[in-house]
Write a protein that binds this ligand. Sequence first.
Ligand code: ATP
Length: 197
Amino acid sequence: MLKIGLTGGIGSGKSIVGKAFEMMEIPVYVADFEAKRLMISNVELRSLLISRFGDQIYDVNFNLNRKLLAEIVFNDSEALKDINSIVHPAVRKDFIGWCEQHSQTPYVIQESAIIFESGLYKNFDKIITVTAEEEIRIQRVIERDSMSRELIMERMKSQLSESVRIEKADFVIYNNTELILPQIERIDKQIRSFVEK
Ligand code: ATP
């Protein structure tokens, strides 16, 4: 079974592409969603976060106080690195277990915005990146999240540039005005051909 990474910058269309693969019965692990789940449900991870950031980051029902955590990260440059160094290994371990549950499928996909930035790309056999022009991505995120243009641009600046991401990827899905399904079907065929070799 191959492990495929699916990445792309903010608003590129990773989730939509991930859903299309799911419709083709390919299991998709959404790293961001699973990280949030693990931060609540994984006792070991919770205690590591509490020892670094204090027990006020959870309420009595173990709900994460995301607002407080965001404030901590905003005021302490080391905090984000620390969160990542605590959360990423837990996600990696969880993903390995999840893959074992899907060992009968030709390949699985992990969707993550930070596959290249985090060094995670080394864990995948192939990487797909989704890309769209900056202005299109901005408009789509404004529509989806009512986020300000300034904040979106800030997020974009903190992410890898599109050209670098495209250069590093094995497959690129263009999500401007092109149809994405034919591109996805082509990539699916190619990945299956690697599995059969
Ligand atoms: P993020 O990293 O910000 O979570 P993402 O890469 O997962 O973003 P999506 O959520 O898939 O991106 O897409 C961003 C928004 O653009 C969504 O509201 C989605 O419905 C919309 N969108 C994506 N692709 C298209 C398209 N081809 N045509 C129209 N709308 C699209």
